[in-house]
Ligand binder design. Sequence first.
Ligand SMILES: C[S@@+](CC[C@H](N)C(=O)[O-])C[C@H]1O[C@@H](n2cnc3c(N)ncnc32)[C@H](O)[C@@H]1O
Length: 240
Amino acid sequence: MAGSYDKQAAIYLDGRPRYPKEWFSMLAALTPDHSLAWDAGTGNGQAAICVAEHYKQVIATDISEELLKHAIQHPQIQYMHPLSSMSGDELVNLIGGENSIDLVTVATAVHWFDLEKLYPVVKRVLKKPGGVVAAWRYNIMQVSTEMDPLLKKFYEGIEVFLFKTQKCRCSAVNTAKQQGVNLLSEEVKKELESAWGGPELVRTVIYKTYMHLNCTLAVAPKFIIVVIAVHLLFGANMTL
Ligand SMILES: C[S@@+](CC[C@H](N)C(=O)[O-])C[C@H]1O[C@@H](n2cnc3c(N)ncnc32)[C@H](O)[C@@H]1O
């Protein structure tokens, strides 16, 4: 699915929401060291730039070379393009090696990954003890009483498509279009535009966001990492 975002790469930087800075202070307070962080599925570096405020160096990876070409440049961020064919060992070496990373962030991207491949790499690269992995996603955005039911209907259409395609890891609207299903027809666009209140209107958009946080505690015999899952549910509102 490397190409799913490629066509929108140039406008993606403007379109993506940014994250509250407080989250990154909170995450940074959880790790004893602040040397190296990894932002997986970085897109244009929307989370990586905030992580860089707290960690000396940030490795930011994305499967889409096009998005990386438009990434936000920062002296502490090193953008990297892992090949989908890379083995676990190759990924570990690319990112920084075993036991090297203080914080892993996966910002609105974990649903894209093959978790059976991602998690073993995360476990290997995280420092033990004290390494932290944080993954977050948000629900349907909330805009207004006129717009929210239309958004709900639109996302239900996406859910049905994803169900039929067995939860493909894809950009649903683009993939559906390639398969002849137009989830964002002109009619739907017009409905949404009109419910928004016109193109000039500036509105506050709320994204309810949920974060899962895991901390490595210790190195068990034979280097089996004991990872305790501290599932924190933040009812945080991310506002645009
Ligand atoms: C919804 S975007 C989120 C981008 C960014 N983290 C943000 O918060 O704006 C999901 C990102 O995951 C990337 N991605 C998908 N599968 C990936 C994989 N296997 N390895 C690395 N990145 C991946 C996509 O290219 C895309 O940039």
